[in-house]
Ligand binder design. Structure first.
Ligand code: SAM
Length: 260
């Protein structure tokens, strides 16, 4: 990261969504086994009972991680994806519209998420649901949150704020912004990494604010949420993939009990 460059400038100038996908989601990287398969299995187990459901689901920061929606979306009618980078907005729209040149989402779901079993059907249904991609920034210098006509029954976010926030205080402020978009009684599904300080796309290094489990739990509780699930999963293939240094992935689900 060039000295003096803000994270916003770093992402706007250097983050390339297709390069990110190709760096991490290859058969031999080990990244998927390290990071996604087990959390996805937990999500399927939790959401398949239908006990957690509602009208509106928002994914915050979902381009290459749109697959996080797969275990969850059936329980909601309206789906919004909030993205900040123009390239990511375009990428998600192309994937959802099944643009012939962007059917990589298929690879994603079939290969990475075979826990979805019927991945063709799953994708087709997700594409038919009411959904919209909204461009908004949650982590700007002034705390801000997109204006939506409704609050969400569920917000799902994965590997986003910890990448774009410049420090722990900013992370807490952005998480609070995000929680303000959730109805009382609704839930936050947070997928993140523990002990991560960077990731690489090619030769470009992206810093990550390094979190431990206690910080994460406290940050979530401080904004009026009660944690109902917390799964920390050790990384197994440490040596195979050196483009990032996380030690665990966490899947956290929390219920919003009050506005803070
Ligand atoms: C490294 S990607 C994380 C992967 C992402 N979750 C996905 O599914 O592709 C970075 C994410 O941060 C978002 N982002 C980058 N700069 C941002 C900013 N200043 N404010 C809010 N989000 C930002 C991007 O839109 C993107 O979703």
């Amino acid at each position: 990261m060039a000295t003096g460059m803000s994270k916003k400038e770093l992402y706007e100038n250097y983050y390339k969504v297709e390069a990110a996908r190709d760096s991490f989601f290859t058969q031999d990287s080990g990244f998927v086994d390290d990071s996604l398969r087990v959390p996805m299995e937990h999500l399927f187990a939790i959401f398949s009972s239908g006990a957690v459901r509602g009208d509106t689901l928002i994914q915050y920061g979902g381009a290459i991680y749109t697959s996080l929606l797969l275990p969850v979306y059936k329980n909601y009618e309206n789906i919004f994806i909030i993205e900040f980078l123009d390239d990511n907005v375009e990428y998600v729209n192309k994937c959802l519209d099944k643009d012939a040149k962007a059917d990589d989402w298929n690879l994603f779901t079939k290969d990475l998420c075979n826990v979805a079993r019927d991945s063709d059907e799953t994708e087709a249904i997700l594409r038919r649901k009411n959904r919209r991609v909204i461009k908004a920034e949650l982590s700007g210098d002034g705390p801000c949150a997109p204006k939506l006509s409704t609050q969400a029954d569920c917000i799902i976010t994965g590997l986003c704020l910890e990448f774009v926030c410049r420090n722990h205080d900013k992370y807490r402020a952005c998480l609070k912004n995000m929680a303000s978009l959730i109805k009382i009684g609704g839930c936050l599904v947070l997928y993140t990494v523990i002990g991560c300080t960077f990731y690489m796309i090619g030769t470009c290094k992206f810093p990550v604010i390094c979190m431990d489990e206690d910080f994460l739990k406290q940050a979530v509780c401080d904004i009026g949420l009660r944690i109902t699930e917390f799964k920390a999963i050790d990384r197994v293939n440490q040596s195979r993939f050196s483009s990032t240094d996380f030690s665990k992935v966490v899947l956290l689900i929390a219920c919003k009990e009050k506005d803070v």
